[in-house]
Design a protein around this ligand. Structure first.
Ligand SMILES: Cc1cc2nc3c(=O)[nH]c(=O)nc-3n(C[C@H](O)[C@H](O)[C@H](O)COP(=O)(O)OP(=O)(O)OC[C@H]3O[C@@H](n4cnc5c(N)ncnc54)[C@H](O)[C@@H]3O)c2cc1C
Length: 465
């Protein structure tokens, strides 16, 4: 089908947030003054996990969560729903950056992932959690080396991971573009992210967390031994503060050096018929990803629609963030074209939704952590497109730091080190656009990396989504 036609009637909103009967009523905004032991800023996965774990650790702790819009409206309610155990944006990135720590990071990631499954069951959260694993496919010869390295090391770390040759991978999911694949069978689940966020919200409320929506915090200042957070119509005085503000302008100024807000986009198809689904196989319903620098991720929903996202990662010069930027027709068209190239047998399938969302990219592609205001405030940001599961780990790190605990988590180099900062604007925009251009060229030229990318590689720097 002509991709333009296939996109013509697609709703311009995130599929997960569109008229879902599970969507809760809004909560009140904050009016007047209140006090709390812990104030959490941000109602995405990061803030929600922090609130839940804070109450589970200490039910007597008075916890307030302040969300600028609605709980789960941002990246948390717009993502691909890949709940992956990795804390390091994938094994390859973790291996490159923390080779001596990777075994611990892998184990801690799996423990965190298992705890998410257990929490979902314990609170009865209906978010279509399906432990499908993830199948990463190669579509070009140059991608095979890294793929087999990930397979070998993954096995050595004890992961349930299998290398599939061309025939085996096509027997799993039938695309003429695949030449090999690596299937990580455990440690990754497909979820409905908005329903997970709403379920965590309800669990928090039941444990006594006070949640205020439409309450953007404008600034934080010291107030005696505590901190004061100011929203348009109210303030909170809190002994401790946790920031889970994702890609949005951070309330701690110094974090701006490390974060770049990047837009990532996705499409949803209409539900496939039984014959259409049979034409691609996909009986094991794995989350899928391809292996180019500009990669796609895709998965089935519980009604057998396909979410198809990724490829473009758009940085608007100056780090601009605007509501309208979550729609980008040029990217939707590219995504639709790639969809039909991957699955030509689905040429009759149309798209029902098209949307984008903001990612908190940092130069090491995985979250970083720290404190401010004399350790009264902690932050965990920079998840760079793989934060569905890792935000729970980050929440535990923030609570460890705020409680002054010396734990296995806080001792990790990954937790103690910061990423290399991005340069200031306007150099930042130039550097990011040059990197994006170079990555696209590498994909078009058999993976060959130009001098610029090789220089970044040498310093462990990069740009990803
Ligand atoms: C299109 C897309 C696809 C993705 N796919 C995946 C995937 O498949 N798997 C995966 O693991 N990750 C994926 N991600 C990334 C994942 O969604 C994020 O890492 C994760 O949701 C981050 O959660 P968060 O709470 O840190 O940020 P967010 O969900 O962005 O939440 C931050 C919240 O803070 C609030 N806030 C900010 N500033 C203030 C303030 N001053 N006062 C009050 N509130 C404030 C915002 O309103 C927002 O609600 C994807 C992201 C996108 C955009």
């Amino acid at each position: 089908m002509d991709p333009l036609k296939a996109l013509a009637d697609a709703e311009r909103k995130p599929y997960w947030l569109d008229e879902d009967p599970f969507e809760p009523e809004p909560l009140p905004r904050i009016f007047g003054h209140t006090q709390a032991d812990l104030a959490i800023v941000g109602g995405g996965f990061s803030g929600l996990w922090t609130a839940l774990l804070a109450k589970e650790r200490d039910p007597g702790r008075d916890v307030v969560l302040l969300e600028g819009q609605r709980v789960g409206w941002a990246a948390t309610g717009r993502n691909g729903g890949f709940c992956h155990a990795s804390l390091t944006h994938g094994l390859a990135n973790g291996l490159e950056r923390w080779p001596y720590e990777i075994a611990d990071l892998h184990r801690l990631g799996v423990e965190n992932f298992n705890a998410i499954e257990e929490t979902i069951a314990r609170y009865g959260i209906d978010c279509s959690f399906e432990r499908t694993g993830e199948l990463n496919v190669a579509t070009e010869e140059w991608q095979l080396d890294e793929m087999s390295e990930v397979h070998t090391i993954g096995r050595e770390l004890g992961a349930d991971i299998e290398y599939l040759d061309r025939d085996q991978v096509r027997a799993e999911v039938n695309s003429p573009t695949y030449i090999a694949g690596v299937w990580e069978r455990g440690d990754c689940a497909m979820i409905d992210p908005a329903r997970l966020a709403w379920g965590l919200r309800l669990a928090c409320l039941r444990l006594g967390v006070r949640i205020y929506e439409h309450s953007p915090i404008k600034h934080i200042v010291k107030d005696g031994a505590a901190l004061r957070l100011t929203a348009p119509y109210g303030t909170v005085r809190a002994n401790r503060v946790a920031l889970g503000t994702g890609a949005f302008s951070p309330l701690l100024r110094r974090l701006r050096h490390y974060l770049a807000p990047v837009y990532d986009y996705a499409l949803m198809t209409e539900p496939l018929t039984a014959e259409q689904l049979a034409s691609i196989g996909w009986k094991n319903r794995q989350g899928m990803g391809d292996s180019a620098n500009q990669f796609h991720y895709y998965r089935l929903t519980d009604d057998n629609s396909i979410l198809w996202g990724g490829y473009d990662a758009i940085y608007y010069n100056g780090g601009r963030v605007k509501i309208g930027y979550d729609q980008r027709d040029a990217t939707f068209l590219t995504l639709a074209e790639h969809f039909y190239e991957t699955f030509p047998q689905l040429e009759d399938v149309r798209f029902s939704h098209k949307w984008g969302g903001l990612i908190d990219t940092c130069s090491r592609f995985s979250a970083f952590y720290g404190t401010g205001y004399g350790s009264r405030l902690a932050y965990a940001v920079g998840y760079t497109g793989l934060g569905v599961a890792a935000t729970r780990f980050g929440a535990n790190v923030m609570l460890d730091l705020l409680d002054g605990l010396d734990t296995e988590r806080t001792r990790l180099r990954m937790v103690r080190e910061k990423p290399v900062p991005f340069p200031p604007e306007p150099i930042r925009s130039g550097v990011i656009q040059l990197t994006r251009w170079s990555l696209a060229r590498a994909d078009a030229n058999g993976g060959r990396r130009n001098l610029w990318l090789r220089t970044l590689d040498r310093f462990g720097l990069g740009f990803d989504s």
